[in-house]
Structure formats: structure tokens, C-alpha cells
Design a protein around this ligand. Structure first.
Ligand code: ZN
Length: 383
């Protein structure tokens, strides 16, 4: 009996010891996990800091990353993505978003240690940012395209703005008449959306020697989130993780050749919006297809007219009167689209901050800075 009592006591002590030991081990594991997460967080954070420091040396980014590393990453990504008819980048976004929501919910209901959960989410975000810069984002920090194309970076004069706007109006009006046979009819592109995307690379073949960049392994798709991005006034985007160019299938068709060409410029490593707008304009207007030319001119004209309105609203009004009714009807299509997909929340300030964070000092206005590049290009042609 005594022995049995001793045994029971010992056993209880032993069980208690084991429990404490188990708790101790779990606490130790948790501590190790948190310190591991800390280390991960610090490692990824420092890597991003390193990337940002590298970004302050544009010559390095241009010579090492943009001209040698990025083209290989881009071709592998596009080759892989092109194997799938749907956008795998969009599916990846969907998974990433769902994963993040799930992890945040776990943090809020505190199933696991909140600290551990918090570091898990932070590490996921830091890894995503790291991958973003490595697979495409570093292109934001390369040397300006104007320098590589020997285009003047001097601010244009009012006379030059008026001269090139006039020239764009003449070319847009001429094409509108040629494509419809009537001043008052809007241009309707007779191709399917797939056909437009399929034809887009031809424009880049016309300008590849001028920009010294070849567009191989095309991969342009419609966005799976076309409806959602319509409410954000987004006409297209590049997926930096898969290299796919995405266009909004609901956007008025007449603008799509230029939009697709703009996204291809991003695929080629021209991240800034003014440069992608300019290259999109060049590729579309040099395209052998007249519908592409019209799309390129009408898009450029939009930015020139916005610039002109800032400069002098009276002159702007006289220039608007020069446009054919058919051209105005095409502009109206874009206006109707934006009105149809109006959303109470304005996402533009978030996007503006994103651009400013990524070396685009003027944020959203950088789209308009294509005017500077087009004027410099047109003046260079005249010489
Ligand atoms: Zn863009």
C-alpha cells in the first residue's frame, strides 16, 4: 500500500513535471518562432532597404538590372504565363488577397499568439515587396528614357505645345475621316478584343531599332477583374510578379490598341507612366494598322488638350472647335465609361502615393508628362 501510495505520488509528480516540461517546451518553441519571425522580418526589411539604396544609383540599375537581369526574368515569366489562356497573375492576386484576409482574421480572433501572427503577416508583406522590386519594380529607378533616346529634357515652350497639338489634331482628324468616310461618325474598331491584343506587338516591331529593345514572347491578356478595375478608373496594368500585360475589356474599344501598347512598354521594363505612355504612343502610331494609329493619336491628343487647358482655357476652347465631331464622339465614349463606373471611394490618392514612393515625383501627373516626350520627339524628327 505504501509502495502504491509512493508510486501514485511519484507518478503525479512525474506527470506534473512532464506537464510543466511540455509547457516549457511550448513556450520555448513559441519564443523561438517569434525570434525566427523577428529575424525573417529584419532580413527582408534590410533587403528592401538595400534595394532602395541600389535604386538611388540609376546607372547601376540601368546597366546591371534593366539591361541584363530584368530581360531574362521578364522572358521566363511571360513564357510561363503565356502557357495559360487566363491571367495567372490575377489568380495569384486573388490567392494573395484571400491569404492576407485569412491571416488578419486569425490575428483578430487571436487563435494563435498575436505576436507570432503579426510577424507572419509582416514577413509575407515584406517578401511580396521584395519580389515586386526584384521581378519588375526596380525599373522605376533606371535612367530616364529621354537620356537613352537623346531627347531634349528642356521644358517645352507654349509655342511648341501649340504647334504639336495642332499637328496631332490634323493627324487625328485625317484618320477619323479616312476610317469612317464622314466627319461626324465615331471610329469603331472592327476587330475582336483578342485580335487587338494579337496585333499589338506589330507596333513594337516598327520601333524596336529606335528604342533598341525587342518585344519577344508576347503575353497580353484581358483582366479577370475588368469590372472591379472599371470602378477604379483603371484601363490596364502589368502584373509585376508574372509579367502579364492586362487590359480592361470593358474600356471603350477605340482606346484599347493604345492601352495594350502602353502595357507592353511596362513589360519591356519602362516603368514610369510618362515613358510607357510615350512608347505606347510611338508603337500605336507607327503600327501598320490605321485603327492602331488613330488609337495612338486620340490618346496623345487627350493629354495634350489637358495640358493646353492648364496653360490657357480660352486657347483650349478654340482648339476643341478644330476637332471633328466624330473625334469628339470617341472622347465622349470614354466620358460615358467613367460616368457608368463611378464609385464613391476615390482610389487616385492611393495610386498617387504609390507612384511618388516609386521615384515618380509628380505622382499621377507623370502620365501627362508624356507631352514633354512627344514634343521632344516631334522636334527631333524635324531636325
Ligand atoms: Zn502604366
Amino acid at each position: 500500500m505504501l509502495i502504491h501510495y509512493w508510486d501514485c505520488k511519484k507518478t503525479r509528480q512525474f506527470i506534473s513535471f512532464l506537464r510543466n516540461e511540455k509547457r516549457g517546451i511550448e513556450e520555448m518553441k513559441q519564443f523561438k518562432n517569434i525570434s525566427k519571425q523577428y529575424q525573417h522580418g529584419i532580413f527582408w526589411g534590410l533587403t528592401i532597404l538595400g534595394i532602395k539604396i541600389l535604386g538611388s544609383v540609376p546607372q547601376f540599375i540601368e546597366l546591371i538590372y534593366a539591361r541584363n537581369i530584368y530581360p531574362i526574368i521578364a522572358i521566363i515569366n511571360r513564357w510561363f504565363a503565356a502557357l495559360f489562356p487566363v491571367s495567372i497573375g490575377d489568380l495569384l492576386y486573388f490567392w494573395g488577397f484571400a491569404y492576407l484576409i485569412y491571416q488578419i482574421l486569425q490575428l483578430l480572433i487571436q487563435i494563435k499568439s498575436p505576436k507570432e501572427q503579426f510577424f507572419k503577416i509582416s514577413t509575407f508583406l515584406l517578401k511580396t515587396i521584395w519580389l515586386f522590386y526584384l521581378s519588375w519594380g526596380l525599373n522605376y529607378f533606371r535612367e530616364p528614357l529621354a537620356k537613352n533616346l537623346h531627347l531634349s529634357t528642356e521644358k517645352y515652350t507654349a509655342a511648341q505645345l501649340l504647334e504639336v497639338t495642332d499637328s496631332l489634331i490634323i493627324r487625328t482628324n485625317r484618320l477619323q475621316k479616312q476610317l469612317t468616310g464622314n466627319d461626324s461618325l465615331a471610329v469603331k474598331i472592327p476587330y475582336s478584343l483578342d485580335k487587338i491584343l494579337q496585333k499589338t506587338p506589330e507596333g513594337y516591331r516598327q520601333i524596336e531599332s529606335y528604342i533598341n529593345t525587342k518585344y519577344s514572347v508576347p503575353c497580353i491578356k484581358t483582366s479577370l477583374f475588368s469590372k472591379q478595375i472599371s470602378y477604379m478608373s483603371v484601363s490596364g496594368y502589368i502584373n509585376p510578379f508574372t509579367g502579364e500585360a492586362q487590359v480592361n475589356k470593358f474600356y471603350p474599344k477605340v482606346f484599347l490598341p493604345d492601352i495594350a501598347s502602353h502595357e507592353v512598354a511596362h513589360q519591356l521594363g519602362y516603368a514610369p507612366e510618362n515613358e510607357a505612355n510615350f512608347l505606347g504612343y510611338l508603337a500605336a502610331t507607327q503600327h501598320p494598322d490605321l485603327y492602331f494609329n488613330y488609337s495612338g493619336y486620340i490618346n496623345a491628343l487627350y493629354y495634350f488638350l489637358v495640358e493646353l487647358r492648364h496653360y490657357d482655357s480660352k486657347i483650349y476652347q478654340t482648339y476643341i472647335k478644330k476637332l471633328h465631331k466624330g473625334v469628339l464622339k470617341n472622347f465622349k465614349e470614354a466620358q460615358i465609361f467613367h460616368r457608368k463606373y463611378r464609385f464613391p471611394i476615390d482610389f487616385s490618392s492611393t495610386y498617387d502615393s504609390y507612384l511618388k514612393l516609386n521615384n515618380q515625383k509628380t505622382g499621377l501627373h507623370s502620365y501627362n508628362e508624356m507631352v514633354q516626350l512627344v514634343i521632344a520627339f516631334e522636334l527631333q524628327k524635324e531636325k
